[in-house]
Design a protein around this ligand. Structure first.
Ligand code: ADP
Ligand code: MG
Length: 225
């Protein structure tokens, strides 16, 4: 009986994982669909949208390999990247969602932010996860700040600051557990996968939150030397 129980638990985890992956893949597909429609209408410059679509397709491939990240530590392919460029691309993708939810995304960069070493697609996924969590925490809208500062000669700091519902103590302790979600359509995978990716980058993550005030996600990432 015990074995049966374990087996059915495993099955339901597989089901939840499948739901999560499907959800993550639907986002880039929705974006691609939207761009195809815009291009069909003929009112937009095609090159820019093709670039975004190509990178979205790449993201789908990455999400599929996320199954493997979850199964075993994956070798990340790091490149030298300008975090400002990366954030600009991510916020372009999420602009519509922000506008629909009455959220203003405000980016604040220190001058002379150094180049970092990262796996572009994985770090994009991290940023998308935290921006979406911020938007979802503000059902009545508000400001979502994205700050980048130089921490010291070895690290930059990336912050996502929302003015949302905040995270109560009992949920804070569950953050990072797979499938823990308080949302009807949530997967409870975003935080866990993001944390895993940041750790694979030799970075750190901290969460500061106050109920009904908001949440700050603070990430430190190593600079490329
Ligand atoms: P999901 O967003 O699919 O629920 P996550 O792993 O991204 O999964 O987040 C897990 C839970 O943590 C959320 O359901 C929510 O309760 C809480 N949470 C995460 N980020 C925030 C935030 N910025 N503000 C308030 N609650 C948050
Ligand atoms: Mg989430």
């Amino acid at each position: 009986a015990e074995e049966l129980l374990i087996r059915s638990e495993k099955l339901s985890i597989a089901g939840q994982l499948a739901a999560g992956i499907a959800h993550e893949i639907r986002n880039p597909i929705t974006a691609i669909k939207g761009f195809v429609q815009l291009m069909k209408s003929g009112i937009v410059e095609k090159k820019m949208y093709l670039d975004i679509m190509a990178s979205e397709i790449e993201r789908i491939e990455m999400i599929l390999s996320e199954l493997l990240i979850l199964a075993k530590p994956q070798i990340i392919q790091t490149e030298r990247k300008d975090i400002r460029m990366l954030l600009a691309q991510v916020t372009t993708l999420l602009d519509t969602q922000a506008i629909i939810n009455n959220v203003q995304i405000i980016t604040e960069f220190d001058p002379d932010i150094p180049i970092i070493l990262c796996d572009e697609n994985q770090l994009k996924q991290v940023c998308i996860n935290f921006i979406k969590n911020g938007i979802e925490a503000m059902p009545k809208g508000g400001n979502l700040f994205i700050q980048v500062t130089s921490k010291n000669e070895n690290h930059i700091i990336l912050r996502f600051i929302d003015q949302g519902c905040g995270i109560p103590e009992h949920i804070l302790s569950k953050l990072g557990e797979p499938f823990y979600t308080t949302k009807e359509k949530g997967t409870g995978l975003g935080f866990m996968v993001s944390k895993r990716i940041i750790e694979n980058h030799h970075g750190e993550i901290a969460v500061f939150s106050e109920e009904n005030k908001g949440t700050t996600i603070e990430i430190s990432l190593p600079i490329a030397h």
